[in-house]
Design a protein around this ligand. Structure first.
Ligand code: ACK
Length: 833
């Protein structure tokens, strides 16, 4: 019990008295109440505020720490321990907790809330008064460890108060509550004890919360990731494999990384709903199989069938697959695909039994096959009579099918909000299904829409037609080459409404503009990858003509990074780069060369997933404001383009890799403009002469090396996209490999000196310097606090920055690194400060 005269907690000792309200200052009670809920990714092992009965802690010696029984206004106990032996020499008061199980966690966190008396405010010469206490732990597999000696405890830290309080504060009933968090790990036993050692301070330990962090179970990309306890090391990222949810299968092994902070980072891979299952709210539900199949016209060589849509289509049926084979000859079967609910299987043997099975396909894939239906062709008849039937049968079947198609088409377009069926060239359908033999799924390759004589046909081959009435435009978010870009919502039949981006074609377009505009959809529609912007469909049957894609909440990557300068961890940035590389690997595997890969053409969503976009047909020539005419007349985004593509238009996946290196540089420098304000001509010249961009600030050496590899003059020496993906995966799995940064002096040696903002000569003012490193927002604060010349600025320390209110670590680093760099340059005699 602290001496009353010194301003201890007089009048608050003793057992909790029923009916008493919280006797701690009001402010403290309110603060405690608001602190009861713990964040989702933290799991409490102990929270002294929620223990209803005795805590079972032991004080030694007995007259040291003492528990003061308090209850809050709901009569819940507040276990507060206090000690205040500031007048007595040689204090050594221990408070030992009971045994705490770590529940398998190997790193635990301890959050202490306490108040501490300011020694200066105590009367008399208080040479003995302390303003700190010590926290210890001792690991033990069971409760037997309780009797171990104090000197076997391992010290965690000395705890000091950010705010100590005085007599005055007590008078005002204001309690300055301190919160300190420490972590301990790796733990190797099943549990531990904590101990608090007082050596002569006036402390009230108001609460102790012990917890570990976990990445909570989530479903991402249709894979379930389990509750994962974070790693033992504070910088460790645990790679966790996801398990595909029911009715889904692995497309690329789903993985995520659980950070020490309990956040899921860098999702990789995904699962897809199985054939016939549709993705809805992170689950896959199946469309039912076709149940009713009826035979139509039967000849000696053909069988016509019709069927009804499945009872539960679970989405828009895009087509049916009809599998058939001669009875008992199942190994040799034929597949026909039809957008209608009728087909005629021809080329059959007369008088033979055939088995048919039908399944429907929605956007999510194929449903299950129907049961087997068996029908028999007609036996051979006399040649004359049979021959005479053919023209009649052909005419009637054709007319019937056409009529049925017209009626169905009419009903679909008029009544439903959904994709209308693309018209197929009958010849092509016949060719496509020639003999109907199963088409083995091979490596898909990109089809250039230019190879289509009629570009409209290409659009409808690869893009679904959407009814304009299904789209609600909400607001304009930007301007594209062909018209406005809007955000809005798409509501398709049988699906939940979801946000989309809508590119529109402005009125008064020429036929060429329309073709070029829709060309992008013809290209985008061929891709299906988590890091490629997904095409929902097109509106071509009404005006305005529109391209509808998935909505990316954070817009273009370059703008997003500029807006959030210095705010991401290296792992988050590498996660973005990994996504872009994975999308580019997919494109290069498909034989598609992007030609305009740049951060402005990457979109980023709310999960920080990056997707490659901008697939315009003549985009490189027309659309990109960065594209400039070369001497050969082509229009090329010079700063992003490989030398061989600029010089002789050799655009390949290897030139895309060069651009990818520039994107890496943009990302690591938070949207800095490559080569700053150098002219395009100077860029071409410098690159030809072997100069390369310097490393961005704080860039891990491994990443800068990868950039340099992408900028190899010999395009065959550049890494391939699959190698880039593997390399980034390796870095993500082993984050300590990202800790080695390119140091300031080696950065200087790589500088395109005249053009680097840091190397561009002496800054005329503090404002100019801060602007150059994009920290202009702090100019006023610097000036107001006496840092008005570059000489004064050169003396700034990290502590000064904190004092000035530069609290973001990224910003602190940026400023300190720039200063450091200027000093290095000064030493080298390069830049006079
Ligand atoms: O940086 P932003 O907000 O992101 O501004 C541009 C603008 O439209 C013109 O291209 C934004 N944008 C383009 N496509 C999408 C999309 N799918 N989702 C969200 N924003 C988009 C882009």
């Amino acid at each position: 019990m602290g001496p009353r005269g010194t301003g201890g907690w007089a009048g608050r000792a003793g057992a909790p008295a029923p009916g008493r309200t919280c006797l701690l200052p009001l402010l403290l009670c309110a603060a405690l109440r608001s602190l009861r809920a713990s964040p989702g990714s933290e799991v409490n092992l102990l929270d002294s505020r929620t223990v209803m009965g005795d805590l079972g802690w032991i004080a030694y010696p007995k007259n040291g720490w003492e528990e003061i029984g308090e209850v809050d206004e709901n009569y819940a106990p507040i276990h507060t321990y206090q000690v205040c032996k500031v007048m007595e020499q040689n204090q050594n008061n221990w408070l030992l907790t009971s045994w705490i199980s770590n529940e398998g966690a190997s790193r635990i966190f301890i959050e202490l809330k306490f108040t501490l008396r300011d020694c200066n405010s105590l009367p008399g010469g208080l040479g003995t008064c302390k303003e700190t206490f010590n926290m210890y732990y001792f690991e033990s597999d069971d409760e037997d460890g309780r009797n171990i000696k104090e000197n076997q405890y391992i010290k965690i830290d000395t705890i000091a108060a950010d705010e100590s309080f005085t007599e005055l504060d007590l008078g005002d009933r204001v309690m300055k509550l301190n919160t300190e968090v420490r972590d301990v790990g790796p733990l190797t036993k099943k549990g531990f004890y904590l101990a608090f050692q007082d050596v002569g301070a006036c402390i009230a330990l108001v609460s102790v919360r012990v917890y570990y962090k976990k990445c909570p179970s989530v479903i991402r990309n249709l894979a379930r990731f389990p509750d994962t306890i974070t790693g033992a090391d504070s910088s460790q990222l645990l790679e966790v494999s996801g398990v595909c949810i029911n009715h889904s299968v692995t497309e690329e092994a789903p993985k995520m990384h659980c950070s020490a902070e309990g956040e899921w980072l860098v999702p990789i891979g995904k699962c897809l709903c199985k054939a016939g299952y549709e993705e809805k709210n992170n689950t896959c539900q199946a469309p039912s199989p076709v149940s009713t199949v009826k035979k139509g016209k039967i000849t000696k060589n053909s069988i016509s069938l019709s069927w009804q849509e499945p009872d539960r289509p679970n989405g828009i049926i895009l087509e049916y697959e009809i599998k058939y084979f001669e009875k008992d000859q199942e190994t040799s079967y034929t597949i026909i695909k039809s957008k209608e609910t009728t087909i005629t299987a021809d080329g059959l043997k007369p008088g033979s039994a055939y088995v048919f099975q039908i399944r429907a396909r929605t956007a999510a894939g194929y449903g299950g096959f129907s049961r087997r239906f068996e029908f028999e062709t007609s036996p051979v008849l006399a040649a004359s009579s049979d021959q005479s039937q053919i023209p009649i049968i052909v005419v009637s079947v054709t007319v019937g099918v056409i009529l049925l198609a017209v009626v169905i088409g009419f009903l679909l377009s008029g009544r439903r909000c959904g994709y209308s069926k693309a018209k197929q060239d009958p010849e092509e359908e016949k060719m496509h299904f020639h003999n109907g033999h199963i088409k083995l799924p091979g490596v898909r390759t990109y089809v250039d829409p230019h190879t289509y004589e009629d570009p409209n046909q290409a659009v409808h081959e690869f893009a679904k037609e959407i009814e304009a009435s299904c789209i609600t435009i909400e607001r304009v978010i930007g301007a594209g080459e062909f018209g406005e870009v809007c955000s809005g919502r798409l509501k398709l039949q049988g699906k939940r409404e979801f946000p989309v981006a809508i590119k529109t074609l402005k009125v008064g377009y020429t036929e060429k503009q329309r073709r070029d505009f829709l060309g992008e959809a013809s290209i985008m529609g061929q891709f299906d990858h988590p890091n490629i912007i997904h095409l929902e469909g097109v509106v071509t049957k009404s005006k305005p003509v529109m391209i509808v894609t998935e909505y990316m909440e954070n817009g273009s990557l370059d703008t997003f990074l500029k807006k959030n300068d210095g705010q991401f961890t290296v792992i988050q940035l590498v996660g973005m780069l990994r996504g872009i590389a994975s999308g580019m690997k997919y494109l290069s595997d498909m034989g598609y060369v992007h030609r305009d890969l740049a951060a402005r053409n990457i979109l980023i969503n709310s999960n920080l997933v990056c997707k490659v976009s901008d697939f315009g047909l003549s985009r490189v020539l027309e659309d990109d404001p960065e594209a400039a005419y070369t001497t050969r007349g082509g229009k090329i985004p010079i700063r992003w383009t490989a030398p061989e593509a600029i010089a002789f238009r050799k655009f390949t996946s290897a030139s895309d890799v060069w651009s990818y290196g520039i994107v890496m540089w943009e990302v690591m420098s938070y949207g800095e403009r490559p080569y700053w304000e150098m002219t395009n001509q100077d860029v071409i010249k410098a690159v030809e002469e072997g100069y390369r961009l310097p490393s961005p600030m704080d860039c891990p050496a491994a990443l800068y090396q990868l950039m340099l590899d992408c900028w190899q003059k010999d395009r065959n020496s550049r890494p391939k996209f699959d190698e880039i993906v593997s390399m980034l995966d390796k870095l993500i799995r082993n984050p300590s490999s990202l800790k080695t940064l390119v140091n300031a002096s080696s950065r200087v040696s790589n500088l395109l000196v005249e053009h680097s903002p840091v190397g561009s000569g002496a800054y005329r003012s503090v404002g100019e310097w801060l602007e150059a490193i994009k920290m202009g927002r702090y100019t006023e604060i610097f000036m107001e606090n006496g840092y008005s010349s570059m000489d004064a600025v050169a003396q700034v320390t990290l502590e000064d920055l904190r004092r000035l209110g530069v609290t973001l670590v990224g910003h602190q680093k940026k400023i300190m690194n720039s200063l450091q760099e200027m000093k290095v340059q000064l030493v080298n005699g390069m830049v006079p400060l």
